[in-house]
Ligand binder design. Sequence first.
Ligand code: PLP
Length: 408
Amino acid sequence: MKIDTVRSDFPQLRETVYGKPLVYLDNAATSLRPLSVVREWEDMSLKYNSNLHRAVHKTAVDATERYESTRAAVAAFVGAEFPEEIVFTSGTTQSINLLASCLEGSGFFSSGDEILVAESEHHSNIVPWQLVSMRKGLKIKVIPVNSHGEILVETLSELLTPRTKLCCIAHISNVLGIVNPIREIVDICHANGTLVLVDGAQGIVHADVNIREAGCDFYAFSGHKIYAAPGTGVLYGKKALLENLPPYMGGGEMIESVSWEKTTFAPVPGRFEAGTQNISGTPTLVPAIQTCKILRDREIAKEQEDIKAFMAKSLTSNPDITLYGNPEDPAKKIPLYSFSVAGVHHEDLALILDKMGIAVRSGQMCAEPLMNRFGVTGMLRASFAPYNTLKEAEYFIESLNKAIKMLK
Ligand code: PLP
């Protein structure tokens, strides 16, 4: 079976917790690492360790070559037109903060301008915009979701005004698992002259991302959710837009020339990558991308579909369970399930499941406004990766039912 071969590349899947085989269902928080990623990190640390872009010695040239060829590999993976459109960051959070700072510094926003943010966003795609809004006197308008968790695209026509400069939206919600209609939203926003930032932290894992087809202006994601080293990430931006942005941080290697009178800046993307970059981590994006491609295999995709059908049926047929993010069309949802159980606290459930070897997330999942929307203080979330199996899903449901019985 292909899935067994794939799983053997992820050593953590052979770990036990409390004497039980680990069933890792917290993939939306961070994925597990395959050996290929660890080996690349090791090679970069033990064979190619050297600072980037600076020295002329062979090790520095080799390290720089591996770092820059990673940029080209990421550009090809997401369908960017130019490698320069890929800015390396420490993750989605830094990517969005970088963009927020640079847009602010460029004079893009004037007092009274508006930013649209979906109700289902992660705090990383809310708070950076609140910070800019506080400083620049902007207004944040919220795009609502319906009771299934779907974004109400039809409200855009009322929300958009001539002052709407930017729309910030997740490709896939980390709480609801719903795939948002990015192309449709981009088209509506662009017709209004509004730029679109897509938070792709979950989208890059579960969708075949083609940025040019999506048409968005910016796309942010983290390496650690697609099997790469933590502390790696990407901000994609259309070249013409990035070229009009000022630097994010000042420091080494982001300049063209420095004098007391006048400092000029490097072309994109170097302008946004001040200081020593993640020398060992960033090149792990290459084997990580390879892993993503392997995991999109048909046989594995079929197992994912079986997991989706089983999980949806099991969770929706239990009258005690409220599932958040339940679109009519199952194709609109990834195998990510956030729910609450009547009369049982999500954290108690998570602790019992942990004792059964199951790692799940409980709490607000960095989306407090969405918790308020559904009137809950938190949820329990089981998020599957393509290396998870139907057997694990079955064990999860069986264990969940046992845990509920114990707590009721
Ligand atoms: N956006 C979404 C949708 C996420 O799921 C996450 C992480 O869970 C983030 C942003 C933040 O990612 P990071 O912590 O890697 O910067």
